[in-house]
Design a protein around this ligand. Structure first.
Ligand code: GLN
Length: 616
């Protein structure tokens, strides 16, 4: 029996369920339906929304999918996003951020695509390894299972085995992606790449199968497409969109909704054409044109009724909690308005890196600055400064004219530019410019202090000079035994014990145990701690049990704001929960740029946006 028989009576329904399990849930040598359905899976408990891109990449599928998921989460439904990556890397850990954008790190240590950062920020929700899949993971799992004899003598094929593994993962997420590892109402699936790519073909086929197996009220497919507007013609052209959607339909997937990306609002004529060629009624073809701020996208979607249509297609209007929706919307819109409101204080923020051209490599830092600036009423002018040619002799001349009110030295790997960063931190420390050192930036600050103040002349990191016997930054003992690069660093969320009365403790609102995310191989050499402390450096963030130094500061009597973390504070900053160390940096920048700005005035602005410190 077809599991989605529309005329099914309650009895037929259970027969139908049985049919579903025996047809799709069996893994024997006699069936072609190899789909290892996880034990206890209940069809219909969770609905799936799949977002696929056509015409071209770079349409903002992640932002679209995250915004739609957010709208439904605000309505009180539980949501779990997943990104399906086409590449063969097992995770993003070995990818060059200057080619692919930053490597985002989840609390469980997963190194993943930066889109997961967009999901965490928009949904204000911690994600796990289950929310991210690559072709490399899928194939690894299948090949390992094959070696264990898990395919019962069958030849292992793209269909049904590879697609079966994709479906298994999606259903497992449906069962465990909700609060406290329970089931979730909606799974949002973002397929990486564009329809027609070789890399994602098996994901698309898996989704076609999933749609059929789950039934029509449990699966909604959304095609994101692009409407061209060549300046020479001055009108919108929908042909590329039509062809892209046709390509999707050739895979056997009928889109339920179409969202048209475009520079300007998509005209009714263009939408009509798209509708006519795709079997999608006009009210379900939406204009998702460019906006000044991504934070207004959820409201723009809502105004057009995208969320309502999804609920209609999935027959889930009864799950909406209007009270929850009203309060979540009000809170979000306060932030979205503050983004575009004129703000009283302008500040110059310098970010010192080696390749500063690609901002995607520092996407989360960019966002963390934006969160803090919005809450404190500051307009940041962010300057990305390449300091690879800076040294103690020219640093003053290079940095002083920039009139920086705060400086961030971000994380990084490899030697290029390190001496420039050390010289720059020396300048910033002596000139009293507010400073935040992140991971490598934290290590650089320790090296600079060791050389200039603690008298350890040859202080360095063994990452850059492996011949050094005693360096102030050296490899973590647990790292020394590991070879190879993939997934071998100290990764993910760890507790940080803060010293009572320290600036860090004050920034975190008095919390003495906070959780931050790490990605490093080197650390402050425990043998140097005493000497550095005697010279005045304060290790105010430590591992609760081991001698791993995780946070530093200088007393505020010596420097207005000199703070660093061995972790990446930018990864935990959220629009409605700005990260405290970025808040501290921004407040210090405002005070440097505008001595008249009182703490009271800064605080008053913060009240308007309803900021709460980042969860830790
Ligand atoms: N390269 C340094 C280490 O491995 C810093 C890493 C980072 O900045 N993420 O410890």
């Amino acid at each position: 029996m077809h599991p989605d028989d529309p005329g099914a009576s309650p009895n037929a329904q259970s027969a139908c369920e049985e049919g579903f399990l025996s047809q799709f849930g069996r893994t024997s040598e006699t069936t072609e339906f190899f789909s290892p359905v996880p034990e206890g899976y209940q069809r219909g408990r969770t609905a799936f929304v799949a977002v696929m891109g056509t015409v071209m990449s770079g349409l903002g599928k992640g932002i679209f999918s995250a915004s739609l998921a957010k709208l439904l989460k605000d309505k009180g439904l539980t949501v779990a996003p997943i990104k399906l990556e086409g590449y063969l890397n097992v995770d993003s850990g070995t990818l060059n951020p200057y080619r692919h954008g930053e490597v985002f790190v989840l609390d469980d240590g997963t190194e993943c695509d930066m889109d997961l950062g967009t999901y965490e920020r928009l949904l204000d929700q911690d994600l796990t390894v289950r929310n991210f899949t690559t072709a490399g993971q899928i194939y690894t799992e299948i090949l390992e299972r094959e070696r264990r004899g898990g395919y019962l003598g069958r030849d292992v094929q793209m269909i049904p085995h590879v697609t079966g593994e994709v479906k298994r993962r999606l259903r497992e997420l449906a069962m465990t992606g909700g609060p406290e590892g329970g089931p979730v109402d909606l799974v949002f699936i973002e397929v990486g790449g564009t329809i027609g790519d070789y890399e994602n073909g098996f994901y698309v086929e898996a989704l076609r199968e999933l749609a059929f197996e789950e039934g029509r009220e449990n699966f909604c497919s959304v095609a994101l497409t692009y409407i061209l507007e060549p300046p020479t013609l001055g009108e919108q052209k929908s042909k590329a969109a039509q062809l892209g959607i046709k390509r999707l339909m050739e895979t056997g997937i009928q889109p339920d909704l179409i969202a048209c990306r475009a520079e300007h609002e998509v005209t009714e004529t263009a939408r009509q054409k798209v509708s006519m060629f795709s079997n999608v009624p006009l009210p379900r073809v939406f204009s998702m044109h460019d906006r000044a701020s991504i934070y207004t996208i959820p409201e723009a979607m809502r105004a057009q009724g995208l969320d309502r249509e999804v609920l209609t297609i999935l027959d889930r209007h009864q799950k909406v909690d209007p009270v929850h929706e009203d309060s979540a919307r009000a809170q979000w819109n306060r932030y979205a308005h503050a983004i575009s409101a004129s703000r009283p204080w302008s500040v110059n923020i310098g970010i010192l890196g080696k390749y500063t051209a690609l901002r995607d490599a520092y996407a989360s830092i960019d966002k963390a600055i934006e969160h803090a600036a919005t809450h404190l009423g500051a307009t940041p002018d962010v300057q990305w400064i390449d300091v690879s040619d800076v040294d103690a002799g020219n640093v003053e001349g290079r940095l002083s004219p920039l009139d920086l009110h705060a400086v961030i030295v971000p994380g990084g790997f490899g030697e290029r530019g390190v001496e420039g960063k050390i010289a720059s931190v020396g300048h910033v420390r002596q000139a009293g410019i507010p400073f935040l050192g992140i991971c490598l930036g934290f290590q650089v600050a320790v090296i600079e202090y060791a050389r200039s103040v603690a008298g350890i002349e040859n202080a360095h990191s063994t990452e850059f000079d492996p011949s050094l016997e005693s360096a102030v930054i050296s490899e973590l003992p647990e790292q020394k035994a590991i070879e190879g690069l993939g997934g071998t660093m100290r990764l993910g969320g760890q507790d940080v014990q803060l010293t009572e009365g320290s600036l860090l403790a004050q920034l975190f609102g008095g919390d003495l145990l906070v959780r931050e995310r790490f990605r490093h191989r080197f650390e402050v050499d425990p043998g140097c701690i005493e000497q550095l402390e005697a010279a005045g450096l304060i290790f105010s963030g430590r591992h609760p049990r081991q001698p791993i130094m995780q946070g530093i500061e200088l007393p505020t009597s010596v420097h207005p704001y000199f703070v660093g973390g061995q972790f990446h504070p930018e990864l935990t900053s959220r629009p409605l929960h700005p990260q405290p160390m970025f808040m501290g940096l921004m407040a210090a920048a405002i005070r440097r740029a505008h001595p008249e700005a009182t703490s009271k005035a800064i605080e008053a602005w913060t009240m308007q946006t309803g900021a709460e410190p980042a969860r830790s």
